[in-house]
Design a binder for this molecule. Structure first.
Ligand SMILES: [Zn+2]
Length: 732
């Protein structure tokens, strides 16, 4: 008995030793310990001082696409990569980029006011005093325009705000709308305003959202002072991102370009962002109904909706010219599998200085690349090729990365194992999004990286954060919508992708303003670059695992749980919609809505709504059931035991796994977006819609399209199922 207990104990000890020390997804036991040794050498070499120095270099001057300093930065980055042993080149595209020439916004009456449209320099931050070198505040890809009309306040300017306006009987037709930033990606605001008949759009930052309502304002604190203005693109990226004149193909020198008037992703109405100092007189001049409680912001006024009597004049002219976008592409050839690429990227262009966005992420990527280069010089070269990229023109519309992916699409689809994106980085908790086939691997890596403040793993810290706010107690990746350079990789080319960054303890109002500077970053974001190093450590380990794995570390069990969860959500939503309409119509029939007396007649009595039909969900339901069976049988871990030749066959196939989830025809009305599991929402912008074909059709109450998209989705799932069965056949 005793002997048995001892041997059981020894067995358990040995087993836990094995799983703690030598188990890494995708690696044989021997290679796993080699890999872990390599990763700790990698971690030891990471140096926070480099990040600090490089940020000072790159964020010294404004560097939006087309600037001299932007080009300088690209050449300097190339030089660094070369010195670390990479084959580094610059690939340039000629892209359309509007520069503001004329910006006029005035309140004509009742009390005239001319908007200043200028953020002021502040004490202790010399970068904010660079005057004419700073890019004027504007929204890129607003159309030129000269409009005068009454003003209407539309809250965040998202679909449910227009529903509220309709209930109140207020139309924006022929008016200029003023919307708060936030609540959605900014480009949705002019898009919806135009669809509702507005002729101009103003977007302002309300102090409740990222100004004094949140904390002390800059320079005393991190939040937006009264003059700060958020720049940003309003290109219709949910239709297609990238150069507006070359949809779906690269903006090379001789590319055939659309006429600007035919470019569908330029806004239909002029749009301008302003500060809350400039917004206050406009909002104060509105009358009409008092805005609903949830619409009111932090200004010391009563928020009215209008329309009028405030009447405004908005005039915008841009210099529409082609400018060069310089992508830096740095390659280190793999020793064993040079034609399998692991890609890493971050953008280098900024709206102004961009210390946080994008330089904080860029310097982490560079430190990671430096150490990978260092290890290679010591004979520890990656087995697969690693490619580090610094993208240009991300800010105006993911343009540098999109053009590059469109240019090299075929080759990338054959070779790229995965693309790992970073962007601005802060302090706090790991945010990780991406292809759910990579979730198990990312979780494993997050378990090995230590949080700089607490010493627990970044995985534990992330889970603790979720649990405090009532969330799940497991590690998961969020689904990718849009908003950074992973979009062309995953949404268009069907390449497995990740997006990584830390945040949550570095709130501020500097985003896309002249206040996103080195002094601001050092005081409020990540003062010692400890989280910059943590980001390099996390992304670097992921890159090295993908580069050296025996069997590429994909896992479809967690993928299945996630995707079938999305499907359940959709079914529940459709069911609830149908029940709500049934109940509503019953009440209408019984006259429950008729008001006894309504002297102001502000509310229209609701009419009967169109019934929600029963959709036939069975095709997808059936495919999910057979996928479940296939995935339960599929053990990629067993792939470690098969012959090298078979492993190579398996890996070559795994590279194509994500692409099996795309449909060449793309999504309805936006063929550029080919992924059938994740897409940015047509009316949410950056916000993701999962299983977008079916989900958006239901949300738009287009039942015919919903049924068609159920067929499309079930076809995609069926070919994915066949594909996984083929993997299984290789392993067995
Ligand atoms: Zn960015």
């Amino acid at each position: 008995m005793l002997r048995n207990t001892i041997s059981l104990f020894l067995f358990l000890f040995f087993f836990s030793f094995l799983s703690a020390q030598n188990s890494v997804i995708g690696f044989s036991t021997d290679n796993a310990s080699e890999q872990l040794k390599l990763e700790s050498a990698f971690e030891k070499n990471l140096n926070a001082t480099n990040l600090d120095n490089w940020m000072q270099r790159m964020a010294a001057e404004p560097h939006w696409v087309g600037t001299k300093y932007g080009e300088d930065n690209a050449k300097w980055i190339q030089k660094q990569f070369k010195s670390w042993g990479y084959d580094a080149k610059i690939e340039t595209y000629d892209i359309l980029f509007p520069y503001p020439i004329e910006r006029v916004l005035e309140l004509l009456g009742p009390t005239p006011y001319k908007a200043k449209l200028t953020a002021v320099p502040v004490d202790g931050d010399p970068f904010t005093a660079q005057g004419d070198a700073l890019l004027p505040s504007y929204n890129a890809f607003s159309i030129d325009g000269d409009v005068t009309a009454e003003l209407v306040f539309v809250n965040y300017g998202i679909p449910k705000d227009y529903e509220e306006l309709e209930k109140l009987g207020i139309s924006v037709k022929g008016k200029i709308v003023i919307a708060k930033y936030q609540g959605s990606w900014r480009g949705i605001k002019p898009k919806l305003a135009a669809e509702n008949g507005a002729i101009g759009c103003i977007i302002y930052s309300d102090p409740q959202d990222d100004g004094y309502g949140q904390g002390d304002v800059y320079p005393k604190g991190a939040y937006k002072n009264k003059t700060g203005v958020q720049r940003g693109s309003v290109m219709d990226m949910p239709t297609y991102p990238g150069d507006v004149l070359t949809p779906g193909y690269a903006a090379t020198k001789d590319a055939k370009r659309l006429d600007r008037k035919d470019a569908p992703t330029i806004t239909k109405i002029p749009v301008l962002p302003i500060s809350y100092e400039d917004a206050q007189p406009l909002l104060a001049a509105l009358e009409g109904p008092v805005a609903p409680t949830s619409w009111r912001g932090g200004l010391p006024i009563t928020y009215h909706i209008g329309p009028g009597p405030a009447k405004v004049h908005l005039k915008l002219t841009f210099d529409w010219k082609l400018v060069p976008a310089h992508n830096v592409i740095a390659t280190m050839k793999g020793t064993d599998f040079p034609d399998q690429w692991v890609m890493r990227g971050n953008h280098h262009d900024a709206w102004v200085h961009g210390a946080n966005d994008p330089v904080s992420g860029m310097v982490a990527l560079m430190e990671e690349a430096r150490v990978v280069g260092e290890l290679a010089k010591n004979g520890q070269k990656p087995k697969r090729t690693v490619v580090y990229c610094a993208w240009d023109a991300e800010e105006p519309g993911l343009i540098g990365s999109t053009e590059w992916v469109e240019d090299h699409k075929k080759e990338l689809q054959q070779k790229v194992v995965a693309y790992i994106n970073t962007d601005g980085n802060g302090r706090g908790f790991l945010g990780a999004g991406g292809s759910h086939s990579l979730q198990a691997m990312v979780k494993e890596v997050a378990g090995t990286v230590k949080d700089p403040q607490t010493g627990v793993s970044i995985k534990e810290r992330k889970i603790a954060k979720q649990m405090v706010s009532g969330g799940e107690d497991t590690f998961s990746l969020y689904a990718l919508g849009s908003g950074s350079d992973y979009t062309p990789f995953i949404q268009h080319a069907g390449i497995a992708s990740l997006n990584l960054g830390f945040g949550g303890e570095n709130g501020g109002g500097e985003y896309h303003t002249i206040y996103d500077t080195y002094p601001h970053y050092k005081r409020f974001k990540d003062p010692n670059f400890a989280y910059g190093v943590a980001l390099a450590n996390t992304a670097g380990r992921i890159t090295l695992r993908l580069a050296n794995a025996d069997v590429l570390p994909f896992d479809f069990k967690e993928w299945y749980t996630t995707v079938s969860g999305y499907w359940e959500e959709i079914k529940t939503d459709a069911d609830q919609m149908r029940k709500a309409v049934e109940k509503h119509n019953k009440l209408v029939k019984s006259n429950a809505f008729v008001l006894a007396s309504d002297p102001q007649k502000e509310f229209n009595e609701p009419a009967a709504k169109k019934d929600v039909p029963y959709l036939n969900f069975a095709p997808v339901q059936n495919e999910l059931a057979s996928l479940n069976t296939t995935i339960k049988m599929l053990s990629l871990t067993n792939g470690i035991q098969i012959s090298k030749a078979k492993q190579e066959e398996l890996n070559q196939k795994l590279i194509g796994a994500e692409r099996m989830l795309t449909a060449e025809k793309g999504l309805p009305r936006r063929p550029w977006f080919k992924h059938q599991i994740y897409a940015p929402g047509f009316y949410t912008g950056y916000g993701v819609k999962t299983l977008p074909g079916v989900r958006e059709a239901i949300e738009q109450k287009d039942w015919k399209e919903a049924q068609e998209q159920i067929t499309v989705l079930s076809n995609t799932l069926q070919s994915f199922n066949n594909f996984l069965a083929e993997l299984n056949a290789i392993i067995r």
